[in-house]
Design a protein around this ligand. Structure first.
Ligand code: GLV
Ligand code: MN
Ligand code: MN
Length: 430
């Protein structure tokens, strides 16, 4: 039995709320409308979005999001990292709350579903509870985490990382984009450096609804993916130093071409997973060449490194291997290289109880869930370090994500939100 009801009327409402919950469903049309509305902020000609963290587009989407939270009478707070929380009070205000959300920021030329589905999905859950006047025993929180993508300010997941007490706030503030703009100043500029301290509170359970971002669900023809956890990730930057010179009069022998050295290094990264085996993936996704002129021998190159595996040791070994490989290339080509590890997060095995809950909720909707592992990083990774956590995946059409063509059917978005609704209700009434 729950709570300490004050009257018979309240008892019957509690029972009714709890009995009604299994047949309760979100409104797919309303979820679609909120996703389409959000897709306007930073929309790109190719049908995607560019809504980089703390950009003007991010600010506009955040402002609408807050209006929507207030529209269903949530108590809104913004913390010192710009994380936005909406609280729906439960009957027992002192119990640890149930939380769900994701991120509003996107990749450059990214898609209309990555992150925003988890935020709009939880909003739809809360709107459904609001419309049906359903109370829960525990309070509920919806959250938008700042800078999940890490493509403007590296690393990724800094909002949740600082909130969970794992990343240092001052360090996060000092992270700069390629134009030298600091995260702290950009938070201030868009008006989202909030007054609430960025510090974790007690969380009974954290759920995150997300698109799969890969081809598996489509391949196995399943609607719900239930990840057992998230892979470990290591991010690093490599800085290669060459010697600029006129390309015409300078003979090929003896050149110190930073871009050629970088090119060899990048191929080493690409070839490493096949050499190491296991389930490692390794990517160079960003590069700056300076001065970047057709007729100057490249003087400086910076490029990024992203290593991932469910096996943390494999990631660390890969990093050591690359450091030694890069030194060899550097020596041979006379181009000193500096390698800087900027972030690592170990693999995150989710709460078996919550994973089971996601699977049961999926079966409750008549859908057999597909067990898998998330190769993408999510705020759920840091949340998993401080609270029982699980995720719900829905299919990515063509397995495409971090691209303008990213797509998920409206029906699958709705089903994902219904799984989320059931999980939230279960945990919130414990
Ligand atoms: C986040 O989107 C990541 O997986 O890099
Ligand atoms: Mn995401
Ligand atoms: Mn992403």
């Amino acid at each position: 039995m729950v709570g300490a009801p004050a009257s018979k009327l309240e008892i019957s409402k509690q029972l009714r709320d709890e009995m009604n919950t299994e047949t309760l469903r979100v409104e797919g049309k309303r979820l679609r409308e909120s996703l389409e509305w959000m897709a306007q902020f930073g929309s790109t000609p190719g049908g995607g979005v560019s809504r980089l963290a703390l950009s003007d587009e991010d600010r506009e989407a955040r402002n609408i999001f807050i209006q929507w939270l207030k529209g269903i009478e949530l108590e809104v707070t913004v913390d010192a990292m710009g994380n936005i929380f909406g609280r729906r009070a439960g009957r027992e205000k002192n119990l640890p709350a149930v939380m769900s959300g994701s991120h509003i920021d996107s990749q450059p030329n990214g898609g209309r579903f990555d992150g925003i589905l988890g935020v709009m999905g939880m909003l739809e859950v809360l709107r459904t509870l609001h419309a049906n006047k359903i109370e829960t025993r525990r309070s509920l929180y919806i959250v938008n985490w700042t800078n999940e993508e890490g493509s403007r300010f590296s690393p990724a997941m800094v909002g949740s990382g600082v909130w969970a007490g794992i990343l240092d706030q001052q360090w996060a503030y000092s992270r700069a984009d390629l134009k030298g703009k600091k995260l702290e100043d950009e938070l201030e500029r868009i008006g989202f450096r909030g007054s609430t301290p960025c510090r974790k509170g007690p969380v009974h359970a954290y759920f995150e609804l997300h698109i799969e971002q890969g081809p598996v669900l489509e391949r196995v023809q399943k609607t719900i993916g239930s990840p057992e956890g998230i892979v470990g990730i290591l991010w690093a930057d490599a800085h290669v130093q060459g010697k600029a010179n006129q390309v015409g009069p300078t003979p090929m022998e003896g050149r110190k071409d930073a871009l050629c050295a970088a090119a060899e290094m990048i191929l080493k990264v690409n070839e490493l997973p096949a050499k190491m085996g296991g389930n490692l993936v390794a990517t160079v996704g960003e590069i700056q060449n300076s001065p970047n002129s057709r007729n100057i021998i490249p003087e400086r190159v910076r490029f990024t490194l992203d290593l991932r595996s469910w096996n943390d040791e494999l990631v660390h070994k890969a990093w050591e291997e690359l450091k030694s490989d890069f030194q060899k290339v550097s020596k041979r080509r006379g181009c000193p290289v500096r390698m800087e590890e900027i972030w690592r997060v170990d693999h995150a095995p989710f709460s078996p109880e919550l994973v089971q809950m996601v699977r049961d909720a999926s079966r409750g909707l008549g859908l057999e869930p597909h067990p898998m592992v998330s190769g993408a990083g999510h705020d759920a990774s840091y949340m998993n370090q401080i609270a029982p956590t699980a995720m719900i995946f829905v299919p990515s059409i063509g397995g495409r994500s971090h691209a303008e063509v990213e797509n998920t059917s409206w029906e699958d978005c709705e089903i994902g939100a219904n799984v989320l609704l059931q999980c939230i209700l279960k945990k919130a009434n414990e």
